[in-house]
Design a protein around this ligand. Structure first.
Ligand code: FES
Length: 103
């Protein structure tokens, strides 16, 4: 067993609440997860040492949605998720550090 199987393991809250209630599902979180999954496949960076996009249920940060958390850093991100994902993908090629979390 290895300490880090994936280089980045990204969890997307895709929880959808009743109409009118704040939740990540109201902020295209499923589409953002699908975007990352599609791009990582296109770029050939899936599997071991690559990027894994997983769905998650509510992470109890609903009012900050959409919410993702990226491991191994365990940093939470909210707001402009697509931009964060693009920076994540760029960081792989640039060998740079991932941006800071934005809670
Ligand atoms: S609905 Fe996403 S954190 Fe609760």
């Amino acid at each position: 067993m290895t300490a880090n199987y994936y280089r980045y393991h990204v969890f997307f809250c895709i929880n959808q609440r009743e109409a009118g209630q704040r939740c990540c599902g109201n902020h295209n979180s499923q589409a953002m997860r699908d975007y990352l999954k599609k791009r990582t496949k296109e770029l050939g960076i899936v599997g071991r040492d690559g990027v894994r996009a997983n769905t998650a249920g509510c992470m109890d940060r609903c009012k900050h949605g959409p919410v993702i958390v990226i491991y191994p850093e365990g940093v939470w991100y909210t707001g402009k998720i697509r931009m964060i994902l693009m920076k994540l993908l760029a960081s792989i090629y640039n060998r740079g550090a991932l941006l800071n979390g934005c809670e």
